[in-house]
Design a protein around this ligand. Sequence first.
Ligand code: 13P
Length: 248
Amino acid sequence: MRRKLVAGNWKMHGSLAENEALLSAVLAGMGDVKAGVAVCAPYPYLAQVQSLLAGSAIAWGAQNMSQHAKGAHTGEVSAGMLKDFGCTYVIVGHSERRAIYGESDTLVAMKFAAAQAAGLTPILCVGETLEERESGVTEAVVGRQLDAVIHACGVQSLAKSVVAYEPVWAIGTGKTATPEQAQAVHAFIREKIRAQDAGVADGLVIQYGGSVKANNAAELFSQPDIDGGLIGGASLSADEFLAICRAG
Ligand code: 13P
């Protein structure tokens, strides 16, 4: 049985005061949560998040990292640095980084490899744009994004990762994929991996992301191939985030 994982992606939100209020409220409500829970915070707050969450049931991580281990890369942050602050997870290939910062499939695969080399669990984001969905190439796009990592790191590397299916048209739009739409892509991802390694496919946690809220999480998470969620906006409210965690 795969354990569901609900991870908050705070994106570029938060402050010392807001983070403390949010995390103390979430910690106080964790008693009846069965799913694994994590929050992915902006870099400057990782030390604060570490001190608030150390020893708790909530893991933490970052939202991006460099593909390089060290060196003259002004402004970049390495996987080793994230490890230093107790991170378990790092998001790689979020659609906002692909679209706004021009991250290619190849670069994302390099970041995935560098994360694992440092002992972090990458949360690999994949997903199609609205235009791609409407032209019928969703599986081709998601397949290509997965293949970049499989070719660079091998299918076995996915055993120590999480995949997040995030249709770009559902992110921050309030327009959630229906449970059936999401399940179809999750099943495609799992079957594609199963064709190469059944054990990896069965164990892989595949999260759904894109306008997950307290009122739609349970239906999404009850689909056979949806193993929790990657939560943006709703992860900034303790009540909403906890309700989503309880649905996992
Ligand atoms: P929203 O939940 O705000 O749609 O964001 C989803 C997301 O991008 C998580 O990584």
